[in-house]
Design a protein around this ligand. Structure first.
Ligand code: EPU
Length: 339
């Protein structure tokens, strides 16, 4: 029978640094351990929570039930054809280290996603994205195990229902699947993407050319300048999603606020920069209790020390209210909030 650890501290296992503990905890470093948990009726009677790098979570003081920390490791070239390399990585691999390893092998594609905290297994859940690239652009397939039946199945690109910061794994049809391994398709004729302004500027500043390696360096440079390092100050990356609103509403808002930062998506939809809205609403660098919106990037909530879930939700509501009052736009939180 798998051995779980009671009352296990999670404060250091979430990048936000929120005070939290798990009622029961187990580290999963091989699939057989997970399978024996699934087969154990006493464990199965508890609520289950899968923990990766803990970089996109808002944890409560006490997580009821069992927390399973995904520590599965391994990465390898699974296959190769004339057009692409197929690279597999186990769910517990650190995302940034995995990306740097692919680049060191000469396989470009994931460079714009350098320095994103978290694990490979968590990357499809919110379809991580940065600087004009999302993992769906290089995703091939993944394998996942059903937490009730133990069935192992493969999810292809369309099965994952990827969208902006979203996938099936955030919705009821996907919640009972635990990702074991992800396979990426990295094309041999990879075309780098430098269209995101910050990257072009950073390449020029650093005197670098637009190779996959150099883009990784530029991305690391930009992220280190703008985003707080969770090792120094607790955070979960962007706290809010950039809202997608009807194009007509965006045009009307722009007439009122000519400096509005917006990205037309198609004829009907426009994405707004939530960081701009939050800054205009006066929250950039402002604190409420033990949490605040980061001074260099208003989209990121930071823990100034000792914060818990309630502090986070109180600031979330205050920022949402002020942005809604000023712009008539509701911004939604991005990290997953465990109850
Ligand atoms: N802006 C402001 N004030 C701010 C922040 C942003 O006015 O305090 C405006 C600026 O005009 C800026 C624009 O918003 O040019 C966009 O800002 P930025 O390039 O920093 O990107 P973002 O839209 O704020 C998104 C992602 C980030 C990702 C960057 C780069 C979301 C929720 N966030 O942020 O992802 O790194 O683009 O691609 O889509 C994350 O998800 O945790 C994350 C960090």
């Amino acid at each position: 029978m798998p051995q779980t650890l009671p009352n296990y501290p999670l404060t250091r296992l979430n990048t936000f640094g929120l005070q939290s503990a798990a009622e029961q905890f187990i580290a999963i470093d091989d699939v057989a351990t997970l399978q024996s948990c699934i087969a154990d009726p006493a464990l199965r009677s508890l609520p289950w929570h899968i923990l990766g790098g803990g970089s996109n979570l808002v944890l409560p003081e006490l997580v009821h039930g069992l927390v399973l920390k995904m520590d599965l490791l391994g990465k390898y070239l699974q296959a190769e054809d004339d057009d692409a390399w197929y690279i597999a990585a186990a769910a517990g691999e650190n995302w940034h280290q995995f990306v740097q390893w692919t680049l060191a092998q000469g396989w470009g594609g994931l460079e714009n996603l350098s320095l994103i905290p978290g694990t490979v297994g968590a990357s499809p859940v919110q379809n991580i994205g940065a600087y004009g690239v999302e993992i769906k652009d290089y995703f091939h397939q993944l394998s996942a195990i059903h937490l009730h039946t133990g069935e192992i199945r493969t999810f292809g690109l369309s099965d994952c229902q990827f969208a902006y910061r979203d996938s099936i794994f955030k919705h009821s049809a996907g919640l009972d699947w635990c990702i074991l391994e992800v396979v990426f398709r990295l094309p041999k004729n990879h075309q780098v993407k430098t269209s995101y302004g910050d990257i072009e500027k950073a390449l020029a500043e650093l005197g670098l050319s637009a190779t996959a390696h150099h883009i990784a360096q530029a991305v690391i440079h930009v992220r280190q300048r703008k985003l707080p390092d969770p090792a120094q100050i607790g955070n979960a990356g962007s706290y809010f999603k950039n809202p997608i609103i009807p194009a007509e509403q965006a045009t009307a808002l722009q007439a009122q606020h000519p400096a509005l930062v917006m990205y037309p998506l198609d004829a009907q939809h426009t994405k707004l920069a939530a960081g701009w809205l939050i800054e205009q609403a006066g929250w950039k660098g402002r604190q409420l209790g033990s949490v605040g919106m980061f001074a260099k990037q208003a989209l990121v909530m930071v823990n100034h020390g000792g914060a818990g879930q309630r502090d986070v939700k109180t600031l979330e509501a205050a920022v949402q209210r002020d942005v809604l009052n000023q712009f008539g736009v509701m911004i939604e939180s991005e990290p997953i909030c465990w109850q």
